[in-house]
Every structure is written in structure tokens, then in C-alpha cells.
Design a protein around this ligand. Structure first.
Ligand SMILES: [Zn+2]
Ligand SMILES: [Zn+2]
Length: 212
């Protein structure tokens, strides 16, 4: 599977382009201020993007949705419990002293549906609240194969966990999401976070100071 990661100042939030090498279908995850770089990666790989999937609706993860949707024509998915945050993206920007453009309405809520398919791969979405009410983990793998690669948004980081002091955040809920959803995956499972480097489930189980 093609995995391209891009991040830019000020949030250094990771946006992702995933693609199927065989069919050149793909998905984009969390387009933010780095959206132009993501679109270039889509073009470089010759991908047709089927879906734009959002892990949650904090502004750093959604400021590129309008540009991505205009360029790619793909529907945008979000967990229903983060839609209020999503609709308040302009106000979120004001909290950080940033001018943010309103974003187009999402096209579908996950609502326990799925998988969302791109070529020979499929993305399953699991609710992992705590950092935000509608945070999700996007678990991606080949059809007919149990191995998954996780895109966890701001729930879990290499050596850290998501902040829970923003509206709708809750520390105990976040820990429960990590233990009950993310830590159910095998140790070698690769984890791509919303910020910073990738890690694995096993490494975080052994070394993450918030979880050991
Ligand atoms: Zn966040
Ligand atoms: Zn973030």
C-alpha cells in the first residue's frame, strides 16, 4: 500500500494519502494546511481518491477539506459526534488567533458502517473518543487479510497520548479508547498518529509513560 505523509507549520499535523498500487485508487486522511502537498502526492502516484476520511474535527485536521474536495471530488466522512466541532471550525481558529475558512458540510457519518474500499484495500473506522467526542481510528488493510495499519488521529502518539483539555475531551475516556480499541491489535501493528513519527502498538504498550 502506498502511504504518503505530509505536515506543515504551524501545527505539524500529519495528513495522509493512501493508495492501492494495483488499481491506483486511494483515500486521503485529515487534509489540513498541507493539502497542496497531499494533492501533489495524489497526482504523482496517479491516484483516484475514493474518500476523504477525517479522524476528528479539530481545525488542524480539517482546514484542507474544501480544497481537497474541490480537487478530488471525493465524499468526506466524519463521526457524527464531532460534527458540531466541524461546523465551528472558524470559531476554533479564533481560539488560536487564526483566520480559518469555513469548510463544506461532510457527506456521510461513519455510524458503524463500512468498510470504505479503495482498490484491493479497505478502511474500517472505530470510535475512539476522549481527545474529542467523535474521534476515530481508521484501520486499513488488504481485503481478505487481517493485518491492519492504524491511523489514530490525536488519540495516541509515539511516547504520548492526546490532550483532553479541549471542549469534549475526557482523560478516562481516552485511556479506555486506547486500551479497548487500539491495544486490541497485535504488537507489530504500525500506528500513524496525527502528529509526530509512526510507532507500533507493541512499542507503546511497553514504553509509553502514560500507559505502562
Ligand atoms: Zn486534535
Ligand atoms: Zn491535531
Amino acid at each position: 500500500m502506498i502511504i504518503e505523509t505530509r505536515a506543515v507549520e504551524p501545527f505539524l499535523k500529519n495528513g495522509y494519502v493512501l493508495g492501492c498500487e494495483a488499481t491506483r485508487e486511494g483515500v486521503v486522511i485529515d487534509p489540513g494546511d498541507e493539502v497542496d502537498l497531499l494533492l501533489r502526492a495524489v497526482e504523482d502516484h496517479g491516484l483516484t481518491i475514493r474518500y476523504i476520511l477525517l479522524t476528528h474535527a479539530h481545525l488542524d485536521h480539517v482546514t484542507g477539506v474544501a480544497d481537497a474536495k474541490n480537487a478530488l471530488g471525493a465524499p468526506v466522512g466524519l463521526h457524527r459526534a464531532d460534527n458540531l466541532l466541524y461546523e465551528q471550525v472558524v470559531q476554533q481558529g479564533l481560539m488560536f488567533g487564526l483566520r480559518v475558512q469555513p469548510q463544506p458540510a461532510v457527506d456521510f457519518f461513519y455510524d458503524g458502517q463500512g468498510p470504505w474500499e479503495f482498490g484491493r484495500h479497505e478502511a474500517w473506522v472505530y470510535h475512539t473518543p476522549g481527545h474529542s467526542p467523535g474521534g476515530v481510528c481508521v484501520a486499513v488493510g488488504r481485503k481478505g487479510n487481517a493485518d491492519r495499519t492504524l491511523f489514530v488521529g490525536d488519540t495516541l502518539f509515539a511516547g504520548s497520548i492526546g490532550r483532553t483539555d479541549l471542549p469534549g475531551g475526557d482523560h478516562a475516556t481516552l485511556l479506555a479508547s486506547i486500551r479497548n480499541v487500539l491495544f486490541q491489535y497485535p504488537d507489530p501493528t504500525v500506528v500513524h498518529s496525527g502528529h509526530g513519527p509512526a510507532t507500533t502498538i507493541g512499542r507503546e504498550k511497553r514504553t509509553n509513560p502514560f500507559l505502562i
